[in-house]
Structure formats: C-alpha cells, structure tokens
Design a protein around this ligand. Sequence first.
Ligand code: L34
Length: 312
Amino acid sequence: MAASISPLRSSVRICLPLTAHYHCCLAKLRIHKKYDSQRRHLNQSATRHAAVVISGTELARQLHREIQRDVEELVAQGNMRPHLGVVLVGDDPASRTYVRNKTRAANILGISSDTVVRPSSVSQEELLELIDRMNRDWRVSGLLVQLPLPEHINERAVCNAIAPEKDVDGFHIVNIGKLCLDQRSMIPATPAAVWEMIRRAGDATVTIAHRCTPRERLKELTSLADIIIAAAGVPGLITADMVKEGAAVIDVGINRIQDPKTGKVRLVGDVDFEGVKEKAGFITPVPGGVGPVTVAMLMKNTVTAARNALMH
Ligand code: L34
C-alpha cells in the first residue's frame, strides 16, 4: 500500500475514516482504544462511507413514472399510443432477456409493442424487407433490431435501413452523425443511461482508455480518473487498486460467469464490485445498474419518436 497521503487523502482522513485508510484507521483506533463504544462508532462509519451505490433499478423506477405521465398525456390529447416494434434474430439467450425486459417495460408504461422473431438463418434481404415494411407501418412509432446479428448479416446495413425518425436506438448513420455534431438526435440508450447516472454522481474530469490498453497503463489512467466507465466486457477488469479514492465507477459490462463455488451462472460487470465499493465514491451494480436505465431510456426514445411523428 502506498505510504504517502495526498492532500485529498488527508482531507478525506478527517471526515471519512475508510477501511482502505490503514494509517488513519490504525491511528484513530489507537486513540480510541480505551473506548469500546467509539471503536464501534469508527467501524460503523467505515462501513457507512463505502461508495454510494447508484441503483439503476431505483432510477429506472423514477424515469418510468415520468415516461408513464408523458405517454398518458399523449394519449389524452387524442394521439395514438406509442408503439415499439422489435426485431429479434436467432435465439441468443441474453438478447431474448434484454428484449423481454424492453417489452415488459413498454407494457408497464402503456407503450404497446410487438416482437418479430426470425431464425438465425434469415437472409439479410428478408430482414431488410421486414424493416422496410415496419418503416412504412404508421402504427409503429419506434423500431429496433436487437444486436448482435448473425455473422452473415451486415449490422451497419441493417441499422441504416431503419427510418431515422423511428430509430429509437440512434444507430442509423444519420443519427450517429447528428449526435457527433451536437444536433438534436436520438441518443443511444446505453450512453444515455450512463449519462443519466453520472449526472447523479456530479460532474468531473473524464479520461478515456481502450479495451486493449495494457493493464499497467490502464491503471495509470484509471487512477487519475474522477469517473470510470467500464464497458469492455472483461469481468474483474477494474479492481480497487486502479480506482482513485472517491471516484465514480459506472459499470456497463454485462458478463455471464460460472460461480466457482455454486457452479451457477452469475451476472457480473467489468468491475470488482466488492473491492471497488470500499474505495469509490459512487458505484453502479450489475445487475440492477446501467441495464434497467438503458431500458428506461429506450422507452423515453420511443415516446420521443411518437411525438416527432405528430409533427410530420
Ligand atoms: N439494438 N441491441 C440494440 N439496442 C440495444 O440497446 C442493445 N443493448 C445491448 C445489447 N444489444 C442491443 C441492450 O439493450 C445491451 N442491452 C441491454 C439491455 C437490457 C439489459 C442489459 C443490456 C438489462 O436489462 N440488464 C439487467 C439484467 C438482465 C439479465 O438478467 O441478463 C440488469 O439488471 O443489468
């Protein structure tokens, strides 16, 4: 463990005796050694000052209330209920779960939806025809094709086939272009979710690294970062030693791993949650973090698409 205590650490030391702060904890324990009650107090505060866990489930619930109001307002004004069309190709279990979560949320919010399922053997041409039909169907407000698609299908071509005004994923080349130019566009649900969660944690400087950045270099970068957004799909990529005290850690990774003890398949992110939560100021869990907020942001985009359609 590093022996030096930075100005931040010493200020932290005064108000939050974290378990990671060996020196200060030991010093304070020594001071309070005689007073059992105070020692307990110290231990309790050590636990209390672990990272604030930003609950995606809770945030999604709040967003749902807002979206539900928007939907009812639209309908009360005599408009058609927003409708989400989903295309699901193949039988990838993760994709099926995500799509189910989306249609379930839609249903709760008063957004109607339908999922068109095609086998993984579907041709690109058939898929493009299906999209074209849904593009022209006035009952469909928002349309998405769940990714990934089978190897023989060009995902870019599929994303570009969706009418930009129905593109609730914001994956169409025109919507991505607009996003880059800061023009009004459909913001992709996962980045929108990450943004929504960061807003809650406050503003700070952002550093960007790459999935293939060597671990030591990655650690240099993450150690400086006020916000770490992990979206590499590598379980355990971010460990406590890589995180600056008090940083906000947003975990976008969703990995299915087999628990060595129980043998059961378990969902984990890219962050070693148990370790990092002792050091970070804010942390998002997996599951129940970015995932549910992603779904909520998609619902928001669907309502936006329905509203935009009124103006054309
Ligand atoms: N076209 N493809 C398209 N749009 C998207 O926005 C997505 N994405 C990603 C995969 N492919 C896509 C999603 O919908 C990832 N993703 C997504 C959606 C929902 C959840 C996770 C990822 C989610 O609900 N996660 C839950 C747990 C789900 C589970 O049990 O596996 C959570 O609590 O994190």
